[in-house]
Design a protein around this ligand. Structure first.
Ligand SMILES: *[C@@H]1O[C@H](CO)[C@@H](O)[C@H](O)[C@H]1NC(C)=O
Ligand SMILES: *[C@@H]1O[C@H](CO)[C@@H](O)[C@H](O)[C@H]1NC(C)=O
Length: 294
């Protein structure tokens, strides 16, 4: 019954908007207005970082330097884990016991965000990075990611993060397979109690040790994650959750975000022998485009 009502609402709204074509990829409910495939020619570039300079552009990037990001984090981010090499950004994670402010960290990782001297933040558009991950192991504690947070550090209207690419198979404790995923995470404790939505689009068929394009198209009512320019999954505003045990509506953020690239280690699960060599994530480029979604 509920489902029928939702379909009816979708159809009425579209009829009003005279929208005639829809994408066919999976969504949280109403069909997506975002394209099944990205047409790069139809967009205007507003950030292009190819990592071709001799040194990292600190006007754009701020590198985590002895950064312990939150209480529950894991390892220490150090500057030496972020390098440029042959036109690629190389972010490492390694077993490297370090003591900082009396606290011991067994692992160090790399972290950078678009919060340099001038920085870069954006609201709506298509963000994409070309990334290659190391060969990871089952129950690997590695946690490489390309993601974004609100530029004003707000938690409005929910705590929210946009995870364009993550690999974290020990995060939920029961993911035993190797796959990368995108996620749209937010929680609204005031309105819905401890409501927290953590949607994931697993990309199991992917050989993530090769370069792939991990993208996110973000417009007023919808966020769609793309792999190699092909839509994987859309999260559409104002739909009941597709997780029956939670049932929160999806709210699409409407403020500026900055972008983050990092390689963390989940220290509580990590084994030094998984790090006989430092693990490395390669980033060929990061681009953000404006796109006009009607
Ligand atoms: C460095 O980043 C800034 C801010 O994005 C940009 O305006 C500038 O062109 C970049 N410099 C180089 C050499 O790419
Ligand atoms: C896209 O996401 C779905 C889950 O929504 C998943 O089953 C599928 O494998 C993904 N496709 C690719 C190419 O990764």
């Amino acid at each position: 019954m509920k489902k029928i009502q939702i379909s009816f609402i979708c159809i009425s709204i579209w009829a009003l908007l005279f929208v005639l074509t829809y994408a066919s990829h999976d969504t949280t409910g109403c069909p997506s207005k975002h394209p099944d495939a990205i047409n790069y020619d139809s967009m205007t570039i507003k950030l292009e970082e190819n990592f071709n300079q001799a040194g990292l552009n600190t006007t754009l990037w701020k590198v985590g330097d002895n950064l312990a990001r939150t209480d529950q984090q894991f390892q220490l981010y150090t500057r030496d884990n972020v390098k440029l090499e042959d036109g690629k950004l190389v972010i490492s994670a390694q077993y490297n016991p370090t003591i900082l402010d009396g606290k011991k960290y067994d692992y160090t990782g790399g972290y950078l965000e678009t919060k340099g001297d001038a920085g870069f933040k954006f609201k709506y558009g298509y963000a994409e990075a070309k990334i290659k991950l190391p060969q990871l192991q089952v129950q690997d504690s590695s946690f490489p990611a390309f993601w974004g947070l609100p530029a004003d550090n707000s938690r409005w209207p929910y705590s929210v993060e946009l995870d364009i690419m993550e690999y974290c198979n020990v995060c939920s404790g029961n993911d035993k397979n190797d796959y990368v995923y995108s996620a749209f995470i937010y929680g609204n404790r005031q309105q819905y109690g401890d409501c927290r939505i953590w949607y994931r689009s697993p990309m199991k068929q992917l050989d993530f040790t090769q370069y792939h394009l991990y993208g996110m198209l973000w417009s007023e009512n919808e966020i769609t994650f793309y792999i190699d320019g092909v839509a994987n999954f859309s999260y559409i505003a104002n739909n009941p959750s597709n997780n029956p045990s939670i049932g929160c509506p999806i709210v699409i953020p409407n403020r500026e975000f900055y972008l983050i690239l990092d390689f963390a280690v989940i220290q509580k699960s990590a084994k030094p022998e998984q790090y006989n060599q430092p693990k490395q994530m390669y980033v060929d480029y990061v681009k953000v485009y404006d796109i006009n979604i009607k």
